[in-house]
Every structure is written in C-alpha cells, then in structure tokens.
Design a binder for this molecule. Structure first.
Ligand SMILES: [Zn+2]
Length: 397
C-alpha cells in the first residue's frame, strides 16, 4: 500500500487560528533564550524594545525541539510532577514529552466532553512502556466522573469474547486506535455480532484516522476524536457533528497553515519544558468552517505518513529513526522503510535492507538486524511485543 498524498501542498498561508498576547509571547521567547541551542535561532526577536510578532518567528523543527527538550533538563522545572512519555527517538537519543494530568487539562474538559457520569469506558489503547495514549483516556474518564476499564490491546483471537464481556459489564464507550476499531467493525460484520450497546467511540491522531470513517460509520455510536499526540498533547477536538478530519483548536493553541501546507503549532504553556513556537507538526492542513455549528475557524488535517511518520496502535514512529539504527550495523549497506497494511491506512513497517558483500542474506541476518533495531528504539520494541507483525526486516533485491 502506498502512503497518503497530501491535498494541501502549496498555496498561500492562511491566517492563524487562535490568538496569543504579545506579552506571553515575549515571556516564551525569554524562556527559549535560556537554551543555548535555541538562543541564536531567536536572537533577533529578543530585543525588549520590539514587540514580538508570531508570524515573523522562525519555524521550529522536530529535531530542534527534541534537542531543546533534552538540553533543558526542564522536565524538573515544571511546577508539578508530570508523566514522561515517549514521543520518539532511540535509546541513545530519546525524546520524552512531559504531560501533567496526562494532558486532560481544564481547557480540554470544558471544550470536549465525550464522557459523562454513568459512562463506562473500555480503554483499548496499549498500556506499553511510556505510551501516553492509554493513560490519557484513563485520566479523561476519571476527570469526567465516568468509570474506566484500563484494558489495553485487544487481540484478534480474543476479540469476540471480550466484546461480550464489555456488553455484560455495561460498557458504553470504547477508546481505541483506528486499526482496532476497524477490526472490531469487520469482525462484527462477518459474524453478525451487534454493537448496539456501544454509544460512543473515542480515538485520536491526525488526518489518517478519519479516513477510516467508512468502517466507523457503520456504527450507530457517536464518534469523538481529537488531534493529539504524545509529543504535543491535545491540539484540537471534534465531536459527532464535525466534518471528517476537522478539529477545533483548544484555547491557548494557535495553529497556522504555512505556505507549503504544513501545520504550525504555537503553545506557550508555562509548565512545558520548552514553549512551542511555530512548531512544524509534520501534518498538512487547511483552515475551514466546520459543519457542527461552531462559529470559529477549524483545522482540517491531512496526514502524510511518508512525511510525519506512521502511527501504530496510537504511537507515532519515524521511519528515518529505524533506517539510522539499521545503518549502525557493519553488515548493512543501506536501508529503507516501506509502510504496509491491510486496512485503509498503513500500520505495518517493513525495513528493507541491502547487505555488504559477503554477508549472507538469510533469516539469521534479518533477525539480527531486527533485534538490533528493536532493542535500541525507544517505543517500537513495546509495540512489537503486543503485535509481532507490526515490524519486519527483509533483504531487498
Ligand atoms: Zn466541528
């Protein structure tokens, strides 16, 4: 399967969605100026006599942010303790994102209310190492005074029996990665199993998740989603009446669509180790009006896995990290990642390697490379422990 091609490349940049006061922007600039790796980047905007303007600041890249978070050691500067979750990277260069209350902030609770007292949520997001999503939905349920079954990943061979269990336990809502929802809908269609007990479905991600709507539309449940990731938390939210792939940014978040169609995010959270100043999320977007009736502009998101990475069970994985790890081995002459999957979006990673002269192209070599990558990547090992088919290594040619 080929990956999604963006429909928003090129064109003029759109006006920002959301507002940020110049004094809070000035404080954020003062904070990033304390970090040697970023001080030079923002030097010309640090003059106290000049009012900072968001649109004139340089764009912040993923590599720059990852480096700044590691450099800041600022996770300890937060006013309260925070969960540290894997946003990406390897064991040698990990990227940990901090989330207080798992990102279930007052702003989110006031603006996105999929759960209420009396709801029972079955949380099917994997509970593996440092995976933010599982804990986010647990926290969301508790904050909403709903009950939660912190279940974890639901395998194919146990799917029907657990769906029966959820019905008997009066579960009203499921939180699950899109590929899991897709499997549930398919299995129920084949077996004639009904999901009439299911009233709400929750998930998160970027544009790719809504491309699974044909399967999810066969559900009678309300669809609630948010645009979120471990690296930046919740950016925007959507409810049952919103357009596909369209989100309403939370207060305090400013989103811009740059001239190349890329989404830029600005968040000046005082508790974050590094303020996000025009951070390049990796997704493409467009500013639109949503059909749900909210008057403010909304953000339509298009995910391009080749650019932004592939999401597996709710966790983002960057293909170039895997190529870099494989290339550390002297047996490997080159490597590339091919994204595959049986669903409507790629959710499988195939690492195709070429070998140096004299290295046998056999199963042992592939397994050695696979072991090397899994043991050094920050999150892929935990994902593969739950779903062994998520990652394979093959010799090209
Ligand atoms: Zn809407």
């Amino acid at each position: 399967m080929s990956v999604v091609v963006s429909e928003h490349r090129g064109g003029p940049s759109a006006a920002p969605v959301g507002r940020i006061a110049s004094d809070s922007l000035r404080r954020a600039l003062a904070r990033v100026a304390c970090l040697p790796s970023l001080r030079h980047k923002y030097a010309e905007h640090l003059d106290a006599a000049v009012v900072p303007v968001l649109g004139r600041l340089p764009v912040l890249t993923r590599a720059e942010l990852a480096g700044a978070v590691a450099e800041s050691n600022g996770l300890r500067r937060a006013s309260r303790g925070a969960g540290l979750y894997a946003a990406g990277g390897s064991m040698a260069t990990p990227w940990l994102a901090a989330a207080q209350d798992e990102g279930v902030t007052a702003e989110l609770h006031e603006n996105w209310r999929p759960l209420w007292r009396g709801d029972v949520l079955a949380n099917l997001y994997p509970a593996g190492r440092m995976q933010w999503a599982h804990y986010f939905y647990n926290a969301l349920a508790v904050r909403s005074e709903a009950d939660v079954l912190p279940f974890g990943r639901l395998g194919d061979d146990e799917l029907l029996q657990w769906l029966d269990f959820f019905r008997e336990r009066r579960v009203t809502a499921l939180a699950a990665p899109p590929e899991t929802l897709e499997r549930i809908v398919q299995v129920c269609a084949v077996t004639g199993r009904r999901l009439d007990w299911l009233r709400k479905v929750l998930w998160h991600g970027g544009g790719q998740e809504h491309d699974r709507l044909p399967a999810e539309r066969s559900l009678s449940a309300e669809l609630w989603s948010c645009y979120a990731s471990a690296e930046v938390g919740v950016v925007g939210h959507a409810g049952p009446f919103c357009l596909p792939r369209t989100y309403h940014p939370l207060p305090g978040r400013v989103v811009e669509v740059a001239g190349d169609g890329m989404i830029l995010l600005t968040v000046l959270d005082e508790g974050a180790p590094v303020p996000l100043l025009r951070y390049r999320l990796g997704d493409f977007g467009a500013v639109v009006r949503c059909a749900c009736g909210r008057p403010e502009p909304a953000l339509r998101v298009v995910h391009d896995a080749a650019v932004a990475g592939v999401t597996i069970h709710g966790q983002l994985v960057q293909p170039d990290e895997l190529v870099r790890l494989a290339s550390e081995l002297e047996e490997v002459a080159g490597a590339e990642v091919v994204l595959t999957g049986n669903g409507s979006e790629p959710d499988r990673i195939r690492l195709r390697i070429s070998l140096r002269s004299g290295v046998p192209a056999d199963d042992y070599t592939c397994e050695w490379v696979r072991h090397h990558v899994l043991s050094r990547h920050l999150v892929l090992g935990a994902l593969v422990a739950e779903d062994a088919e998520a990652f394979e290594v093959v010799v090209s040619g």
